[in-house]
Design a protein around this ligand. Structure first.
Ligand code: NDP
Length: 308
């Protein structure tokens, strides 16, 4: 069996080494060195060029190196073969760590203490106990649930919004438009971990910010397309929102002259909240290939009609 690897932002050699540990008999080619395209049955991709997958006549499986698959689904020539996405404990633990770090930063007033340190100023400020701080999640899937569970160990009050209602210990579940409207006014911190679909694009906009209590903080670790950046800047400028932690942007890399870079209430990371580590995630690629070979149900299959 021959696999084609295509990603501009991952080390093909690291993936070759790690995939070979699980599938030593598999041949891996690296795009654009495809050789005879008729040989290729599996494509492992992150942001493949539009039209590339359609050039593989015998393709049987697409594996996304990312948990979010919108860069693949937006290709209008995408062949009608199964698409599986990355779900891995390594990525999930990474994301939960990012979310906990950002929640603690804002809740424990690290923004104020960083400013005080710059002035060698010893000043103690009161912060509320975690049990009185509500963190709401947009999206209660693999990453939202893991992040909420980790925050629960620190005693935060937790709420989450998803398409279908959930029963998760310690997390109050909301769904549908009414559920979102009911949850937002209760959130001191709002974390976005939704997939980017037609329904969720632009969801973090002026109306959503207005529904949050004054002084709330937003964390976007999902996709830049969820956030209307100009609305966020307005909500920060007006003082309605206290701050924002952003890992993803409408344009990546974020242009050097973008106002978000230097905004004093914004913390920026360059799309690193949850990383697909080859040493931890190659086993997921191998599991999908083995399931295909053995005719078993594919793990983490994307429902194309839902878009995630
Ligand atoms: P999942 O598919 O496991 O979970 C998605 C969640 O969003 C589900 O709870 C789903 O509801 C909910 N959802 C989807 N559409 C809607 C809607 N219209 N209204 C309300 N809820 C909705 O995804 P993951 O948790 O694995 O990943 C989430 C996203 O995180 C990815 O799609 C990707 O964009 C982003 N990501 C970012 C990374 C980074 O480094 N910044 C790294 C990895 C992922 P239901 O459960 O009812 O289906």
């Amino acid at each position: 069996m021959t696999l084609l690897f295509c990603s501009a932002s991952d080390s093909a050699e690291d993936w070759r080494r790690e995939i070979a540990r699980h599938l030593p008999d598999l041949e891996m080619r690296v795009w654009p060195e495809t050789g005879d395209v008729a040989d290729i049955e599996v494509a492992v991709v992150w942001k493949p060029p539009a039209g590339m997958l359609a050039t593989l006549p015998n393709l049987r499986l697409i594996v996304s190196l990312g948990a979010g698959v919108e860069p693949i689904l937006q290709d209008s020539t995408l062949p009608d073969v199964p698409l599986v996405r990355m779900v891995s404990e390594g990525l999930t633990v990474d994301m939960a760590g990012y979310v906990v770090y950002q929640v603690l930063y804002w809740h424990r007033l690290m923004d104020a203490y960083a400013a005080f340190q710059a002035e060698a100023r010893w000043e103690q400020r009161d912060h509320r106990p975690a049990s009185e701080v509500t963190v709401g999640f947009l999206g209660l899937g693999e990453l939202g649930v893991a992040s909420a569970r980790t925050l629960r160990t620190l005693d935060y009050r937790l709420k989450g919004w998803s398409r279908s209602p959930k029963s998760i210990e310690g997390v109050e579940s909301f769904s549908g438009p009414d559920g979102l409207a009911a949850m937002l006014p209760q959130c001191d911190v709002l974390v976005c971990l939704l997939p980017l679909t037609d329904e969720t694009r632009g969801i973090m906009n002026a109306a959503l910010f207005a529904a949050l209590p004054k002084g709330a903080v937003v964390i976007n670790a999902a996709r830049g397309g969820h956030l209307v950046e100009s609305d966020l800047l307005d909500a920060l400028e007006s003082g309605h929102l206290r701050g924002a932690s952003l890992d993803v942007f409408a344009t990546e890399p974020l242009p050097a002259d973008h106002p978000l870079w230097r905004h004093p209430k914004v913390r920026i990371t360059p799309h690193v909240a949850g990383v697909t580590h080859p040493s931890l995630c190659a086993v997921q690629v191998a599991d999908a290939v083995k399931a295909l070979r053995e005719g078993r149900p594919l793990p983490n299959l994307v429902d194309r009609s839902r878009g995630y």
